[in-house]
Design a protein around this ligand. Structure first.
Ligand SMILES: O=C(O)CCC(=O)C(=O)O
Ligand SMILES: [Fe+2]
Length: 346
């Protein structure tokens, strides 16, 4: 029998005291390597300072990792630099001065409890710390730098290596107060489906529309169809994105049910400066409502890291922290342009 889903996605919250915050700040004060051009020395310094991470944050991350806690953890009141520069107006990698902001060690200290930082060669100039803020040229894309609604998504799904976890550190809140990150526990929704619907989601029938297609279905160019539910090493994996298209009637019916129920349990999290949101990408999907950026240096600014527990051992050892995004060739052309080209305000 399907179980009914709970009305809300749970998230854990840890709020640091000012004392904990300042002790953490002091404990990572010696990290001075630049993560944008010397990531390994930077990470080595973070690891040397790992005792600085407040114990309560460490334990909460451990609980998330072991599945003892919800798939979303919000840590509040982390140390953020007081002299944060204006939010940039172009891709971070296009800035003339690629200095560290000074908050990267906070993010990396948390990530370090979960696994290995990694990213994709084709993205963000190969940076392991991604800086996300509204960019005018990206306003209509399904990117973190957009302004339209950012649809609920599994982070970077359907890749050989998709993130096991991701962490979003808010450096600057949305000055309009509108931005809310959305989080929904999709495993709960999938658990509540009946066997027949689950079997439909396990068929390779879901794809994205693209002008660089692998297949054409009903006159629409699509990426290679994938299953939403699959099994890796005996573990069920759910990968979902709000703009997936179903390739036939039956899969469309189940996709609609899934989409509706996931949206219904999504919780809104308005991130403030000093908030860190850590997500278990195998359990929860996330997104953000539409915002109205000012593009004036005061916009919301997040730093993000992706984490794998599988990379750097076994078959992926040789590839290092940057893996190729083999789906890149089939991205819509405007996505590829936005990823590749430093975007100035247009
Ligand atoms: O802007 C947000 O709150 C979500 C951003 C996001 O999905 C991401 O950076 O992966
Ligand atoms: Fe995301």
């Amino acid at each position: 029998m399907p179980r009914s889903s709970e009305p809300l996605t749970e998230i854990s919250v840890v709020e640091l005291s000012d004392e904990e915050r300042e002790s953490f700040r002091a404990g990572i004060g010696s990290v001075d390597a630049n993560p944008y051009d010397a990531f390994e020395p930077f990470l080595a310094q973070v690891r040397e300072s790992r005792k600085a991470l407040p114990r309560r944050v460490h334990d909460a991350l451990d609980d998330l990792r072991n599945g003892r806690a919800p798939g979303a953890l919000l840590v509040r009141n982390l140390p953020i630099v007081t002299d944060l520069p204006p939010t940039p107006d172009r891709s971070f990698s296009a800035l003339s001065d690629l200095a560290a902001v000074g908050t990267e060690a906070v993010l990396a200290s948390a990530v370090n409890v979960l696994g290995e930082p990694f990213s994709y060669l084709e993205w963000d100039a190969g940076h392991l710390v991604h800086n996300k803020y509204p960019i005018h040229a990206h306003r209509d894309l399904q990117f973190g730098s957009n302004a339209v609604e950012f649809l609920l998504h599994t982070e970077t799904p359907f890749r050989d290596v998709s993130p096991d976890y991701l962490a979003l550190l808010c450096l600057r809140a949305d000055p309009t107060g509108q931005a809310k990150t959305k989080v929904a526990d999709i495993t709960r929704v999938v658990d509540a489906l009946d066997e027949a619907d689950l079997a439909v989601l396990a068929k390779a029938r879901y794809a994205f529309e693209t002008d660089n297609p692998v297949v054409v279905v009903d006159g629409r160019g699509l990426t290679e169809p994938q299953p939403i539910v699959s099994y890796r090493d005996g573990t069920r994996v759910v990968e979902y994105v709000g703009d997936l298209i179903a390739t036939d009637e039956e899969s469309r019916r189940v996709l609609e049910i899934l989409g509706r129920r996931v949206l219904a349990i999504a919780v809104d999290i308005p991130l403030a400066g000093g908030d860190l949101l850590v997500l278990d990408n195998s359990r929860v999907v996330h997104g953000r409502n539409a915002i109205v950026p000012g593009y004036d240096g005061r916009d919301r600014w997040l730093q993000r890291m992706l984490v794998t527990t599988r990379l750097l051992d076994g078959e992926h050892r040789a590839t290092g922290r940057l893996v190729s995004d083999r789906r890149y060739a089939n991205y819509p052309t405007d996505y590829r342009k936005a990823l590749r080209q430093p975007a100035a305000r247009s």
